[in-house]
Design a protein around this ligand. Structure first.
Ligand SMILES: Cc1cc2nc3c(=O)[nH]c(=O)nc-3n(C[C@H](O)[C@H](O)[C@H](O)COP(=O)(O)O)c2cc1C
Length: 362
């Protein structure tokens, strides 16, 4: 059941329009201030980072997408090969199906096999935190792919509009605290396209998580995915609710301002609608330590590792060019590059009292 649903989600994301309709990431409201005198050679750019015990050539990860159905093995293998060749990180999709049925483990194990020693992140869902076996499940998920970190995804909107979705969310925070105290690997808590508020992030920090992936609105909409899913299953009520909430969520740029306003208590991952290296550079300038891309890599991942690499290579080049044009040779410098916030992002930051980024270089 979990396995079939995973495949259906993958096909919907590949074949249908599941992006935000009206909402954007608002990363376009971030102007990186051009530096006409960067005094840098492109060849000297070094955007490498060390995170969760691994070194990445650039601060980029492939966000969680798949595994858990025999047909997803090839997709994961293609993504893993591209990640290895580019020296970036890779997150697998929810491992729940393989925890329920060990014959599906192969579709995840392939990632570590192909990618050898890159940063690999395991994945489980918030609702699994409510099980008394949560620590055991988390350890098995980590062991399955020799993961360097574990991501726990929060997806209340998706579950609420999914036919047969889980509606119990009470106890997730205490489950996270228990998990953080019990497992040795760092825990990343991520949304799945609805973003993260300062208040939620504050409680996650209190629970002892190591990183927050904002996975903001403006990219893939899981209400949209479930809209198609509900239609396929003839659940017209769920389909209508999903359609109404299609664009729900905190846009990625706003989410980054929300979470980074807490200071550097946790690592921050930017994802949700990242479509270019310029979006990556803007996200880092808003405080992200790493940037994740999911659905834009899905169609290439059905084709070949080269197709995934070519998409990512363009983004990485754009990231480096944008970084140089702000006079930033390293990620540390890009994080303090001067920015000009405008439009709705500036309104959001002002109304929410988040303060415009104070650590910018002059
Ligand atoms: C086909 C597909 C499957 C996904 N499955 C998972 C999953 O199993 N676990 C998870 O944490 N996120 C999952 N996501 C969410 C992504 O990791 C990401 O947070 C979200 O899609 C926003 O990024 P994007 O706009 O670049 O697609 C999935 C996304 C896609 C497109």
């Amino acid at each position: 059941m979990t396995s079939e649903r995973k495949m259906s989600h993958l096909e919907i994301c590949r074949d249908r329009e599941v992006g935000s309709k009206e909402k954007s990431t608002h990363l376009g409201d971030v102007e990186l201030v051009h530096n006409a005198l960067p005094e840098l050679d492109f060849e000297d750019m070094d955007l490498s980072v060390r995170v969760f015990g691994k070194t990445l050539s650039v601060p980029v990860v492939i966000s969680a997408m798949t595994g858990g159905h025999p047909e997803t093995k090839k997709v994961n293998a293609n993504l893993a090969k591209a990640a290895k060749d580019l020296g970036i990180g890779m997150c697998v999709g929810s491992q729940r199906a393989a925890l329920e049925n060990p014959r599906l483990e192969d579709s995840f194990r392939v990632v570590r096999k192909v990618s050898s020693d890159i940063l690999v992140v395991a994945n489980m869902g918030a609702t699994q935190l409510l099980s008394p076996k949560v620590v055991d499940s988390a350890e098995r998920a980590i062991e399955m792919i020799d993961a360097d970190a574990l991501a726990v995804h929060l997806n209340p909107l998706q579950e609420l509009v999914q036919p047969g979705g889980d509606t119990r969310y009470k106890g997730v925070l205490s489950g996270l605290s228990r998990l953080a105290a019990s497992i040795k690997k760092p825990i990343i808590v991520k949304e799945t396209g609805c973003g993260m508020s300062r208040e939620a992030a504050e409680r996650l920090v209190g629970a002892g998580v190591s990183a927050i992936d904002v996975a903001g609105a403006g990219g893939t909409s899981w209400a949209a995915v479930e809209y198609y899913n509900a239609k396929l299953q003839g659940d017209s009520m769920k389909a209508e609710v999903a359609e109404t909430l299609w664009d729900w969520g905190i846009p990625t740029a706003m989410s980054l301002c929300e979470v980074s306003s807490l200071g550097s208590k946790v690592k921050i991952l930017a994802s949700g609608g990242i479509g270019s290296g310029l979006d990556m550079a803007r996200s880092i300038a808003l405080g992200a330590d790493l940037v994740g891309v999911a659905r834009p890599l899905l169609i290439p991942a059905f084709t070949s590792p080269k197709a995934v690499e070519s998409k990512l290579n363009r983004m990485i080049r754009e990231l480096k060019v944008a970084s140089l044009l702000t006079g930033s040779r390293t990620v540390k410098e890009l994080k303090t590059a001067p920015v000009f916030l405008k439009g709705e992002l500036l309104n959001w930051v002002t109304q929410r009292g988040l303060g415009v980024r104070s650590n910018a270089r002059g």
